[in-house]
Design a protein around this ligand. Structure first.
Ligand code: FPP
Length: 251
């Protein structure tokens, strides 16, 4: 990253990314390096979630989307999956009141298939409770996979076309977007991945068409406000051209 990771760099308040999405990677490696169980890494990861939600609001970010559990994460050992469920439930039960007081609006993206009833219920209640909040929009990607999301959207459109509700020939990008889990959210301006890997891992494939990527070496349990600010500073040095489509079209 361009800026040092231990100091908040000066930021241009006029070009703070509206929507930041984060792949919170490296919990397991953080724990393994300390001879701790991987689940301890996830526990520390929740503390980083709290720090990050607060930091995002302080930096003026309007939308924060966190990849908490992918549709592929079910393949992990059973005890790790159940610990992640415990942590998610605890996060919603313990942190919801404070987030609600801080005017955070919680959203969830992903499929409810295979989700524990209790997790699904808690999430639905949290979304309902915070639906009118006007502060940071925190979207938790749970049991989320971008290919699955696009398939579900395509299926919903196909059903509507079959039932004569829409004209198949009129289906466009906007209609597809309206059927994605992220309908109503702006596209991410900045995607951060911690943990040193440089891949997108089936996260927001449609929505990240023109997103700027910043890869951070720190493991997620080490992620700080300063690192978030450093990623924002790096974003502010990028030149976004969106493929120059408008210029070419008007030429
Ligand atoms: C990736 O680390 C992280 C996850 C699969 C889960 C992230 C979950 C949390 C931070 C806790 C719960 C979230 C919320 C929103 C309360 P990894 O295990 O893949 O790490 P590794 O690449 O080092 O193995």
């Amino acid at each position: 990253m361009a800026a040092p990771e231990d100091a908040v760099p000066p930021l241009d308040a006029n070009s703070v990314p509206r929507h930041v999405a984060i792949i919170m990677d490296g919990n397991g490696r953080w724990a393994e390096q300390r001879s701790l169980p991987r689940t301890e890494g996830h526990r520390r990861g929740v503390a980083s979630v709290r720090t990050c939600v607060r930091a995002a609001a302080e930096l003026g970010i309007r939308y924060l989307t966190l990849y908490a559990f992918s549709s592929e994460n079910w393949r992990r050992p059973r005890n790790e999956v159940s610990e992640l469920m415990v942590l998610l439930k605890r996060f919603i039960r313990r942190d919801l009141v404070e987030m609600h007081e801080e005017n955070v609006q919680l959203r969830v993206i992903g499929s409810e298939d295979h989700a524990e009833d209790e997790v699904a219920k808690l999430m639905r209640e949290a979304v309902h409770l915070t639906r009118n909040n006007t502060g940071l929009v925190l979207t938790v990607a749970f049991n989320y996979g971008a290919r699955d999301e696009i398939v579900r959207a395509a299926r919903a459109l196909a059903i509507k076309a079959h039932e004569g509700e829409i004209d198949p020939a009129a289906i466009d990008a906007e209609q597809l977007e309206d059927h994605l889990d992220t309908a109503g959210l702006p596209e991410p301006d900045l995607l951060i991945r911690t943990g040193g890997e440089q891949r997108i891992s089936n996260f927001l494939l449609w929505q990240c068409a023109y997103t700027e990527f910043v890869f951070c070496h720190a493991f997620w349990p080490e992620f700080t406000k300063e690192m978030l600010a450093a990623a924002v500073a790096e974003y502010q040095h990028r030149e976004r051209r969106f493929g120059g489509i408008k210029a070419r079209c008007s030429a």
